[in-house]
Design a protein around this ligand. Structure first.
Ligand code: CMC
Length: 394
């Protein structure tokens, strides 16, 4: 398609902003009213009454499980938590300086080598793949964390729930029940959020009818970019840079004067406070009350107060990432694991979209607007000039 053809009809929307590309019944967002629902159930109810695993079941299979269904599902997840020793050995060869998101993407893709049967029209296959991914991804994240420190990975513990087991595998200590509950709610809050970049990537990959491990690996790669999964890490860097409560006002004034973005604030969809941030703020307060306030928390409280005072007229409020970084840090989690933890949670949403895509599949094949040459002359090698922007690769 050429520019002239576009002028004659189609509209070009960079980044597909606002362009509907699928029908979906998985989640609903109303950015003006601050509403987020999974399968129609408000996020507040799920955070208060459900668990991450029950929510994952709801997202993937479309309804809340009965007691028997949930027990069976939890049992299957426990059974599949361990990873094959060959995957562990492969991960041991990863450089310890590598980013945990790259390690996760490679290990998720490697699962496809071991579970290569592809029976996308068999509900038992769909279920087994979903269970394996939900069960093994936390184990792989924790294993890489220990191995890059030179330690052996810790085996999962069958007597611990999903989130408590992950924190145990990561820290080698059974977590406090409040810490495990808060972490589990964080997973619930991040599990799904309509058609963001990684979910779109999952759907595009799914539409080729490849295996679910490739679907998740491609979504992990997309989530890894700083414009998507990395904001909570940057919130902590910002707080560190600010250094003290007294510096907050000056820092904000400076950002506003320089028109630079304050990390953890603002949202493309929410023009009121992100409903997930409201839930996380309350949990963070509970957590810090039990385990002790620190400078980070005090700076964060002041930050939110000053940003609201100065920017709420533009619809800029704290988003989910503002609090999740603070919570994870308080739980002793290193900041480069924040995005892998986002992936542990979002795999539930990706799998729900994978299943939905398969149910009504049409391969994604958008179009482009061609802006290059036509009928260009082939220049012989000896007559060519070197391109000026050809930098050395190091
Ligand atoms: N700090 C200061 N000003 C801001 C901010 C911010 N964080 N966000 C938006 N603005 C201002 C922006 O400068 C612009 O002002 P003006 O109209 O005077 O030029 C106005 O608000 C609209 O900004 P925009 O960039 O058009 O808004 P957007 O919808 O494109 O951006 C955003 C959304 C999330 C990319 C942006 O708010 C941002 O970069 N925030 C910081 C990074 C961050 O916290 N990201 C995590 C988002 S939540 C993740 C999730 O839901 O998964």
């Amino acid at each position: 398609m050429t520019v002239a053809e576009v002028k004659a009809g189609l509209e070009f929307k960079p980044g597909l902003e606002g362009v509907p590309v699928t029908l979906s019944s998985i989640s609903y967002v109303d950015g003006k009213k601050g509403i987020l629902e999974y399968r129609g159930i408000p996020i507040e109810d799920l955070a208060a009454k459900s668990t991450f695993l029950e929510t994952a079941y709801l997202l993937i299979w479309g309804q809340l499980p009965t007691t028997e269904e949930l027990t069976a599902f939890e049992h299957e997840i426990r059974y599949h938590r361990r990873i094959k020793y060959r995957i562990r050995d492969m991960m041991k060869c990863f450089p310890e300086s590598g980013h945990p998101m790259d390690a996760l993407q490679a290990s998720a893709a490697a699962l496809g080598l071991f579970y290569s049967r592809r029976a996308l029209d068999d509900p038992a296959y769909i279920r087994a793949a979903a269970v394996r991914l939900l069960a093994k991804i936390p184990t792989m994240v924790a294993a890489f964390q220990l191995m890059r420190k030179g330690n052996d990975p810790v085996q999962p513990r069958d007597d611990l729930d999903y989130s408590a087991n992950f924190l145990y595998m990561l820290t080698e200590q059974v977590p406090d029940p409040l810490a495990a509950r808060v972490f589990d709610i964080c997973l619930t809050l991040h599990a799904e959020h309509t058609l963001n970049a990684s979910t779109f990537s999952a759907r595009v990959t799914a539409s080729t009818l490849t295996d679910p491990y490739a679907v998740v690996a491609s979504a992990v790669g997309t989530l890894a970019g700083p414009l998507h999964g990395g904001a909570n890490e940057e919130v902590l860097e910002m707080i560190e840079q600010i250094g003290s409560v007294e510096n907050v006002r000056g820092y904000i004034d400076d950002c506003i004067a320089r028109k630079s973005k304050i990390m953890g604030f603002g949202h493309r969809v929410y023009k009121v406070k992100d409903p997930r941030a409201i839930i996380l703020q309350n949990l963070a307060e509970e957590l810090f009350a039990k385990f002790g306030r620190d400078d980070y928390y005090d700076i964060a409280v002041e930050l939110e107060k000053v940003v609201e005072e100065k920017l709420s007229h533009k619809g800029i409020y704290a988003n989910v990432d503002f609090y999740s970084g603070l919570v994870y840090r308080k739980l002793g989690i290193p900041s480069d694991l924040f995005t892998p933890i986002f992936a542990i949670s979002r795999v539930a949403g990706w799998l729900a979209h994978w299943k939905e895509q398969l149910a009504e599949n049409r391969i994604y094949r958008p179009t482009q607007i061609y802006t290059g040459n036509r009928n260009a002359v082939y220049i012989p090698k000896e007559e060519r000039e070197s391109p000026t922007d050809f930098a050395d690769v190091n």
